[in-house]
Design a protein around this ligand. Structure first.
Ligand SMILES: [Mn+2]
Length: 493
């Protein structure tokens, strides 16, 4: 299914700058290799993945379900980005290899699962040393048996997938589209033009998986806590490297956080946002080419993605010189009060939308106190107005899990217009942003951007803040920053 990637290039994956292969070298390379085996056994979390597959199976009785992970993405020419598995595929299998495809076939009472994968390079062909996808280029892959043992899932060679997909009845098949062009082309469940987008039947599969993900099981909550704890660690490293009395580049801070993540065996779940001064007013500031300045604020929105791909999403604002000015603190306290009101409001049964309104009303009241609202708070909060949004810009938060914006295919009625339930994990992240060129705010507010973001678990009693390892209140943030500086720089080692 991936051959089209090499179209127009030598089929063995070599490049024009690669050396030739004289026969003497080829025959010498083909001999004398000892077989090896990987020391793998069933991973403890295997039953969790089986449970999720059973839930998807129950939603689509009698139908074949095809769920690819996707392939490596070209960065430039023949270099690729580091592979990141498709979230839904990883959620259902735990497999992290590129190009794999999960197929669930109806068996009368439920489904039989098969993981189609690229097994280790055979020594019977020259692929292992000639192809850039061969093991001497990319490292040892699992055999079919090794992968099966590790994931508790029957496996088959990816080369058999095309035949397996060939005879599927369109009306009884659903594909998670958009991940693997080869799979998408192989299964044609509709006659319309390709550019009409994902057909409704396939869309229902994506929706069902997204809605299953709304409730996190205990193992997932442990993964999220692990990612969040690693994130706390990373924020501490950054705070310890942030000088109070001189500027450093935003990229230094981005790099320290990334170094901590990679050193711990993790990654970042999204491009770190490190906004010094007025860069904090740009919501997705990822250029990070600015410099901190004592006296200004520093906004950092960063999250570690752990080795099972669950990610944190945390934002903190620090006063670079160690102390908020009275005005900075006034704005900070409005955002804090908004976030606190949102967290206190959250419990099973409340509407997602009402959490939003709870947070936004506190922000609107704060804007009124600052003398900025052109109308009353009630008028501003009316659906026909919402003028306060000039300075709040975004919603209160989003679901969090294996994607930073998790459950994104859930229907509006189960997510934005839905009701929170036990086991949901979501961010609470109100903010206030005063653009440097905003003539409707006093000059001293221009260029201030503040967001406080935490990751919250919905429990029977209410909400538990999973990221409480980082303080949020203004005075506590100052104390924490001073403590980190006192402890001194800490680099992984
Ligand atoms: Mn977020």
């Amino acid at each position: 299914m991936t051959e089209e990637r090499t179209e127009g290039k030598p089929t063995d994956g070599t490049e024009s700058h690669d050396p030739d292969f004289p026969p003497a070298f080829l025959s010498f390379m083909r001999q004398g290799w000892r077989d090896t085996s990987l020391p793998v056994g069933p991973r403890p979390e295997v039953p969790n993945y089986a449970k999720r597959r059973a839930a998807v199976s129950a939603a689509f009785p009698g139908e074949t379900l095809v769920i690819p992970t996707g392939g490596e993405k070209v960065r430039a020419n023949d270099t690729e980005y580091r592979f990141r598995p498709g979230s839904d595929f990883a959620y259902l299998t735990g497999d992290h290899d590129p190009d794999s495809v999960l197929v669930l076939r109806p068996n009368g009472s439920g489904h039989d699962a098969t993981l189609y994968m690229r097994p280790r390079s055979s020594r019977q062909t020259d692929e292992f040393f000639r192809s850039r996808h061969g093991e001497l280029w990319v490292g040892r892959r699992h055999t079919l048996a090794e992968k099966s043992s590790e994931l508790g899932l029957p496996t088959a060679d990816l080369t058999e997938l095309e035949a397996a997909l060939a005879d599927l009845a369109p009306a009884r098949t659903r594909v998670l589209r958009g991940f693997d062009a080869g799979v998408d082309a192989a299964v044609h469940p509709y006659d319309g033009p390709r550019d009409e987008g994902q057909p409704a039947r396939d869309r229902e599969l994506a929706i069902a998986i997204s809605e299953l993900k709304l409730v996190k099981d205990e193992w997932e909550i442990a993964q999220l806590q692990d990612a969040i704890d690693a994130t706390v660690h990373g924020f501490e490293d950054v705070a310890r490297a942030l000088p109070a009395d001189r500027g450093v580049s935003e990229r230094l801070l981005e790099g320290i956080f990334a170094l901590r993540a990679r050193h711990d065996g993790n990654d970042v779940g999204y491009g770190s946002i490190v906004g010094a001064g007025e860069h904090a007013t740009i919501l997705h500031w990822v250029h990070n080419h600015g410099v901190t300045r004592p006296g200004e604020l520093l906004l950092m929105d960063m999250g570690v993605e752990n080795r099972h791909l669950y990610t944190a999403d945390v934002t903190r604002v620090l006063p670079v010189n160690g102390r908020f000015t009275a005005l900075q603190r006034q704005v900070y306290d409005i955002v804090y009060a908004s976030q606190q009101a949102g967290i206190e409001f959250i419990k099973p049964g409340v509407n997602f939308k009402d959490v939003h309104l709870t947070c936004m009303r506190v922000l609107a009241e704060g804007l009124a106190d600052l003398g900025l609202l052109p109308v009353s708070v009630d008028e501003a909060m009316d659906e026909s107005s919402t003028v306060y949004r000039r300075w709040t810009l975004h919603g209160f938060g989003h679901m969090l899990g294996i994607d930073v914006h998790d459950c994104s295919n859930a229907r509006k009625e189960t997510y934005r217009d839905g009701v929170l339930d036990e086991g949901y994990v979501l961010t609470v992240e109100p903010g206030l942003y005063f653009q440097p060129e905003d003539e409707l705010v006093p000059e001293e507010l221009r260029g201030i951007g503040i967001r406080i973001e935490d990751d919250v678990l919905v429990t029977p009693e209410g909400a538990v803040n999973l990221s409480a390892g980082l303080p949020r209140r203004a005075d506590e943030v100052e104390t924490w920053l001073a403590e980190q500086r006192e402890a001194g720089p800490r680099l992984p080692g």
